[in-house]
Design a protein. Structure first.
Length: 108
């Protein structure tokens, strides 16, 4: 869950069918306050590149200096899952936009 000037956004994992239980995808929801969320869009906002396309359990940790550490589980090329982490510099922020992670060069 991330608090913004306009309310709250949250990343969630889910599936369309019982068969997709191990390959859940990540969606995005927003609301005016915690507990009052609505999904943004109808598809996933993050998926693996490999068959199964699972990306779930996304957690974003604010490191306090403008940087963020992301953790998530991702389907790999062998079909199993890896725990992945990314360090996002201060000028790369996770966006509330449904299909992007905002990346812009730092101001000179």
């Amino acid at each position: 869950m991330r608090f913004t000037d306009d309310g709250v956004i949250a990343f969630y994992d889910g599936r369309a069918t019982a068969e997709q239980n191990c390959e859940e995808r990540t969606g995005l929801a927003a609301g005016a306050e915690p507990g009052a969320f609505a999904a943004i869009g109808t598809g996933c906002v993050a998926a693996a590149d490999h068959a199964g396309y699972g990306l779930r359990y996304l957690t974003i940790v604010d490191l306090g200096d403008g940087r963020e550490r992301l953790y998530y589980e991702l389907t790999n090329a062998r079909g199993s899952h890896d725990l992945v982490t990314e360090l996002r510099p201060a000028w790369v922020r996770v966006s509330a936009a449904p299909d992007t992670a905002a990346e812009a060069a730092p101001a000179a």
